[in-house]
Design a protein around this ligand. Structure first.
Ligand code: PEP
Ligand code: CO
Length: 498
């Protein structure tokens, strides 16, 4: 928690809003959430936690306050309908999967999805990975019981590699504070590789001929959809060619592709240890990530997580599930963004397709009537979990798409607009979610099921989702009166720097 010397200290943004009153990075410790025990198992040795946090606090930050403020500005523009937010990545990153192949594939799918959305929505896309720190997972049960060699064994649940390890042994499952330092180092390596790939151009993104679009040839696709996919693909390719004809080299300019990180701010020991002041700015920044988010299970108004989140300068996301009432949401907004700061708050509803029509309209109306500034996005993953008859956790591509499309329509019907999506995905060829035009069936799930937590869309399903959302966006931009401002931008990402 030392003050840092950063570049660009002259950027004054963020200082207009006074720091939160009666807050320090440690005030959350005075709040006890009786349900939090079911979220993270406690560490057995407090002295070790203090030592590990001390090490963490002495290491250099992963991101700078300048980047954090820049993301806030971009989100502020998204709140005005001028940008779209794409947030995506694994449910849980693991230390073992901090490998070049996994990172490259994830970055590639996120960037390709963003390009599809840029061209369809005619507005720049803010790219935020669930990456470089998404290592902590809330669980609904503190412990897990298994039968091992005829014996019943109960151990702490697996809470993500930042807290304990997945193998079902006492040693692995006991929360270990030094994993915070390990997680931090892996986040640093991930981010370092992402920054290098982007600086070097990363050709796979910008040449649709390298895209893996084999799924388009699949028999399950209707001729109409096949035509639309081909048209969209041609449009993206044309746009990229146009840019190079104009002398703009996609990816050639180190600043040309901006990418931001996010993770669930679950383990407050980890978050607090990297929360710092910086010279010439007021307030504290969580410099372990650009945009931490508050999970559905930890956003209790009187809980420690809200207390921590209310004080940091970062833009923050908050998940809201189907039990959220309008009153609760307005109180959440008040707590997290009392000054109505632009770009500060991203709402991430995760209602599930069965409930979204019933719950979302009232929340949208309440926020609109109260005149509060938020960015509405949609997480169509976490409300749509199902378990197969064989006991495998999965999600149906159709449900995911249906919630996304319903959210899009509900916003439009309520004088609002969907400003982003939040997706659990991987760039790899896994079989964890069913459906999509590549036709993954229940019987395929065992073929390549790797997630340690929630099932993710694979490369093809993710790209297809982007195409289908793009189709929706295009239909809207073709309509005469949308009630939503769609600026006529032609901009791959953030080429026009501010
Ligand atoms: C998640 O994003 O992985 C998650 C646990 O989500 P939620 O808090 O919405 O359940
Ligand atoms: Co998840």
């Amino acid at each position: 928690m030392h003050p840092l010397n950063e570049p660009n200290p002259s950027d004054p943004s963020g200082s207009a809003v006074p720091p939160a009153a009666n807050w320090t990075p440690e005030t959350w410790r005075s709040r006890v959430d009786p349900t939090a025990k079911a979220v993270v198992a406690p560490y057995p040795d407090e002295a070790q936690v203090r030592q590990a946090a001390g090490v963490l606090g002495s290491l250099p930050p992963l991101v700078t306050s300048w980047e954090v403020e820049r993301l806030k500005q971009l989100i502020a523009q998204a709140q005005e309908g001028k940008r779209f937010l794409l947030q995506g990545g694994d449910c849980a990153e693991t230390l073992d999967e901090c490998t070049p192949g996994v990172i490259t594939a994830k970055l590639k799918i996120l960037l390709q999805m963003s390009l599809v959305l840029v061209y369809a929505g005619k507005k720049p896309v803010i790219r935020v990975g669930r990456m470089a720190g998404q290592y902590a997972k809330p669980r609904s049960s503190m412990s897990e019981t298994r039968q091992i060699d005829g014996q019943t064994l109960t151990l702490p649940s697996y809470f993500g590699d930042l807290i304990n390890r997945a193998p079902f042994t006492l040693e692995c499952r006991t929360p270990n504070p030094w994993l915070m330092v390990e997680g931090y180092k892996h986040a640093a390596m991930t981010l370092n590789f992402v920054r290098s790939l982007l600086d070097a151009g990363f050709a796979d993104i910008h040449h649709p001929e390298y895209w893996d679009l084999g799924f388009m040839r699949h028999a399950d696709l209707t001729p109409e959809l096949r035509d639309e996919y081909s048209r969209l693909k041609a449009m993206v390719a044309d746009g990229l060619r146009f840019m190079s004809a104009m002398g703009q080299k996609p990816g050639g300019d180190p600043q040309s592709v901006e990418f931001y990180t996010s993770h669930e701010g679950l383990n407050l020991e980890y978050e607090a240890a990297q929360t710092r002041t910086v010279p010439r700015r007021s307030g504290h920044y969580n410099l372990s990530t650009h945009m931490p988010w508050l999970g559905e299970r930890t956003r209790r108004l009187d809980g420690p997580h809200i207390e921590y989140f209310r004080g940091i300068r970062n833009p923050v996301g908050v998940k809201i599930g189907p039990s959220t009432t309008a009153e609760e949401l307005l109180r959440l907004i008040d707590a997290l963004n009392p000054g109505d700061e632009p770009g500060k708050l991203v709402l991430i509803p995760r209602m599930g397709v069965a409930k979204v029509e019933r719950v979302l309209p009232g929340l949208i109306d309440a926020v609109r009537i109260a005149g509060r500034r938020v960015l509405w996005t949609c997480d169509p993953m976490h409300g749509n979990g199902i378990v197969t008859s064989g006991g495998v956790k999965t999600r149906s591509f159709d449900d995911v798409l249906a919630e996304l499309e319903a959210s899009w329509d509900i916003h439009r019907a309520h004088g609002s607009f969907l400003g982003g999506v939040h997706i659990e995905l991987t760039g790899l060829d896994v079989t964890e979610c069913i459906g999509g035009s590549a036709g993954i069936r229940e019987s395929d799930l065992s073929r390549s099921y790797h997630t340690l937590c929630d099932p993710r869309l694979n490369y093809e399903q993710s790209l297809e989702l982007a195409f289908l959302l793009a189709r929706r966006m295009q239909r809207v931009s073709a309509e005469p009166n949308t009630g939503v401002t769609t600026p006529p931008a032609f901009d791959v990402g953030d080429r026009h720097r501010h």
